[in-house]
Write a protein that binds this ligand. Structure first.
Ligand code: G4F
Length: 330
């Protein structure tokens, strides 16, 4: 039975991957700073810091595959705490690669690279050869880890692959990210629990796909005969405004009646436009994103209507206190 270590496996993407690998029959070890909320009975949990070299060595020595997701993934949080985030986003990668190099060079390694690395200045379709131009400490750290993955692949002949994931969403997305912030608000507005939603740049465009589809892409990346870099994206870009409009349409509301904007959510060095070209993954991995933009929005909004319905029931029965108008943290 294949043994797999998912570092950062308690987080959004890591827990999706841990799940699919468990379904595929892998023995899964989740390594994270905190226990996973989604831990299943067959998965093993290792609670530890990514900089705990001894624990990383011990954990790596048990497995055949390592997926590395440990990162401060929220761009604002990484900007506000650049040193703390660098521990995860830079040194963490080095720690894992060193462990693999010293313990067992046959281990297959997956690096969670990000479309943020491109910087998004122009409207070109971005592929594995496109130039990086990071705009934030998060993106700069991702470029470092991406390059390091290549360095270990080329220097030591290790199987180190990177998946350059464009924005990937699901009902489990953190509530500070724009898609979930919108779907949560739509659910609450539909149930009469709030009336307004405050956002930042409505014109920013992203290539949004369903995280569940992307997990399959990541699996195929390590299953491929060679370690390479891979763009995982839908090939379509939409604006924040498009997302909001469609999300509010699901509950028969006009987004313009509910959305206001505030400078508070604007970014100093904004990534305006990200559009991926997944042709390489389509052709060689036989992978493609199968959930459409409309389907993604629908499944997120429906999930959040269900959550808001429960909130309303608790509120009506006096079991929770009303939250403030715009309850999502930023
Ligand atoms: O949802 P976001 O915060 O995601 P962002 O910054 O694109 O990052 C996500 O995707 C990356 C892959 O490209 C990952 F590497 C990263 O870890 C993360 O998963 O913001 C999307 C866009 C931005 O342009 C932002 O300025 O939405 C804009 N936006 C407009 N109003 C907002 C808001 N973003 C947030 N978070 N909150 C707003 O109110």
């Amino acid at each position: 039975m294949a043994k797999t270590l998912v570092i950062g496996g308690s987080g959004f993407l890591g827990s999706h991957v841990a799940d699919i690998l468990t379904t595929k029959g892998h023995e899964v070890y989740i390594y994270d700073i905190e226990k996973s909320k989604y831990l299943s009975s067959s998965q093993k949990m290792i609670v530890g810091d990514i900089l705990d070299k001894k624990l990383i060595d011990k954990s790596v020595s048990k497995v055949d595959y390592v997926y590395h997701f440990a990162a401060v993934a929220d761009i604002k949080e990484a900007k506000d705490n650049p040193i703390e985030s660098a521990r995860f986003n830079i040194i963490g990668t080095l720690n894992i690669l060193e462990a693999i190099k010293n313990i067992n060079k046959n281990i297959k390694f997956y690096q969670a690279s990000s479309s943020e690395m491109y910087g998004g200045k122009s409207e070109e379709k971005l592929n594995e050869e496109s130039k990086f131009d990071p705009k934030s400490p998060y993106a700069a750290a991702k470029v470092f880890s991406h390059d390091l993955t290549k360095v270990y692949r080329e220097s030591y002949g290790m199987f180190c692959a990177s998946g350059i994931l464009f924005n990937h969403e699901s009902p489990f997305r953190g509530e500070t990210f724009v898609t979930r912030k919108i779907s949560r608000a739509v659910g609450r507005i539909h149930m009469g629990l709030q009336s307004k939603l405050t956002l930042g740049n409505l014109d920013a465009k992203r290539d949004w796909g369903f995280a569940g589809d992307y997990v399959d892409g990541m699996y195929k990346i390590l299953d491929y005969s060679k370690a390479e870099d891979w763009v995982i994206a839908t090939g379509n870009a939409h604006s924040v405004e498009d997302f909001a409009k469609k999300a509010f349409n699901i509950v028969d509301k006009n987004y313009e009646d509910h959305i206001e904007t505030s400078e508070r959510y604007l970014r100093p060095n904004e990534v305006n436009y990200l559009l991926g070209d997944p042709s390489k993954a389509n052709d060689l991995l036989n992978w493609e994103s199968s959930t459409s933009f409309d389907e993604l929005i629908k499944l997120m909004v429906e999930n959040d209507i269900e959550i808001a319905t429960k909130e309303k029931m608790l509120l009506d029965n006096g079991l929770i206190k009303p939250t403030w108008e715009n309850p999502i943290i930023d």
